[in-house]
Design a protein around this ligand. Structure first.
Ligand SMILES: NC(=O)c1ccc[n+]([C@@H]2O[C@H](COP(=O)([O-])OP(=O)(O)OC[C@H]3O[C@@H](n4cnc5c(N)ncnc54)[C@H](O)[C@@H]3O)[C@@H](O)[C@H]2O)c1
Length: 433
């Protein structure tokens, strides 16, 4: 099948490449000319395990084309996915400017019947607005579907190739079945393709992210209470995870969730409630607990230093919002480092994949080191902000020998408190005393 994908970010690039990998001819469009040039040369602008190999293979076998020419891509394609960004506006609502622009451009370029699929995360009711825009710009018939994406950054290819489920929102049964067939190669092990109406599909995506974010904020709240009453959140987490009604996922306390999805999607869902005169009380709290979690972490550091962070040299391990990605959008590291800088500390930082992003965000305001040991040289304390695998089992003796003070603030609970203290470190973590 001929497929167009508009927007080649984390979602569009992964979806387009994976559709090409299953034999389709795919035109991936982006209005960022520099990005498209890189992609044409096989240079992947994001860190996503497994993706370079797939892009490379499908470029060579000429199933995958990168272009800025939306008009040509629309004309060639039968199914067109919209995968542009939906960032937050200051009010928390999703900014749909790119979605509406792309819809108008698709409408203008249509030369026959097409299936148009919104893959971006959009508030319930957006498809109706997109349908109106399309109708304004074309007289050709079309079906408009919703197919929200559930991939996780850091495991995006694997998630796309083997999804837990695929959600297809279609008000026309035949168009819905066609999309289901397109996904057939990815669900051969029996994962369901849920055919639902468009509005349900739109809301389902937000419900999934909101539920996962709620689990994280819930655990952060329990961890905060553990610190006050002297209980151990690790064991509480294990005790909860063993309950088959609860399960183990998304129960790790820390410095709060970040990234390009949870923070904005929770705010957008709260805004959707507000638009319909419904107060999303649980989600308001989920968001508030999350906002406070990085603040609490910095307060812990401040308290250790007697309330004064001036001239402290602090080392940060981990900048990306989670391991296995270079994405720093809404990363807790940004909030934490900005607070430390504002309090007069100097910051050295290291991340296995996020250094270019960090350079772009902080410039010369922090020192970026080429490895994790260089980062802790002369440090008054080390902060663990992202739980990269490479940080889990470091040489503590080596760290101690180069740090000014052997102090660790572990924002991800990756170390054993007993072991760290026995090794001579002053050790703080989240929800464990
Ligand atoms: N990143 C994730 O893990 C993830 C997961 C599921 C769903 N989503 C949703 O998918 C959507 C895309 O997310 P993303 O992380 O891939 O975003 P992104 O910012 O990485 O990519 C968006 C791309 O769209 C391009 N673009 C913007 N306007 C355009 C236009 N008018 N024409 C052509 N290209 C245009 C941008 O240049 C960019 O390359 C969002 O709605 C997001 O909420 C993201």
């Amino acid at each position: 099948m001929n497929i167009g994908v508009i927007g080649t970010g984390y979602v569009g690039l992964v979806a387009g490449s994976c559709f090409a990998e299953s034999g389709n001819d795919v035109w991936c469009v982006d209005n960022d000319a520099a990005k498209v040039e890189k992609l044409k040369a096989g240079v992947i602008p994001i860190y996503e395990p497994g993706l370079p190999e797939i892009v490379d293979r499908n470029l060579r076998e000429e199933r995958l084309t990168f272009t800025t020419d939306l008009d040509a891509a629309v004309k060639k394609s039968f199914v067109i996915f919209i995968a542009v960004g939906t960032p937050p506006t200051p009010s928390g609502a999703a900014d749909l400017t790119a979605i509406f622009e792309v819809a108008a451009a698709i409408g203008r370029s249509m030369d026959r019947y097409k299936i148009i699929v919104i893959k971006s995360t959009v508030p319930v009711g957006t498809s109706e607005k997109v349908r109106e825009i399309l109708k304004k710009h074309t007289t050709h018939p079309f079906d408009l579907l919703s197919n929200p994406e559930f991939l996780k950054q850091g495991a995006a290819v694997e998630d796309f190739m083997k999804p837990d489920r695929v959600v297809v929102g279609a008000d026309d049964v035949r168009a819905g079945e066609l999309l289901r067939d397109l996904y057939a190669p990815f669900v051969r092990t029996g994962s369901p393709v849920l055919l639902v109406d468009v509005r349900t599909a739109e809301l389902l995506k937000y419900a999934a992210n909101a539920f996962l974010a709620a689990r994280i904020s819930f655990m952060n709240e329990i961890a905060n209470l553990c610190e006050t009453v002297g209980a151990n959140v690790d064991m509480i987490r294990k005790g909860l995870a063993e309950d088959s009604r609860i399960g183990p996922a998304f129960l790790f306390p820390g410095v709060g969730y970040g990234g390009s999805c949870f923070p904005k999607d929770i705010k957008a869902l709260i805004d959707t409630g507000r638009q319909h005169n419904y107060e999303m009380k649980i989600l308001e709290s989920v968001d508030a607990v999350n906002q406070n979690q990085a603040v609490r972490f910095v307060e812990k550091i401040r308290r250790h230093f007697g309330g004064d962070l001036r001239d402290k040299r602090l080392a940060v391990w981990g900048l990306a919002f989670k391991p296995r990605t270079n994405d720093m959008r809404d990363a807790p590291a940004i909030k934490i480092i900005e607070s430390l800088l504002a309090a007069g500390s100097t910051v050295a930082a290291y991340d296995p994949e996020g250094m270019d992003e960090a350079k772009r965000i902080f410039g010369d305001r922090i020192q970026l080191t080429s490895n994790n040991y260089g980062c802790v040289e002369g440090a008054d304390a080390l902060l663990i902000v992202t739980e990269w695998q490479a940080f889990r089992n470091p040489n503590f003796e080596r760290m101690k020998s180069v740090m000014r003070h052997p102090v660790v603030f572990d924002g991800r609970n990756i170390y054993d408190p007993v072991q760290l203290r026995q090794s001579g470190f002053t050790y703080y973590s989240v929800g464990r005393t």
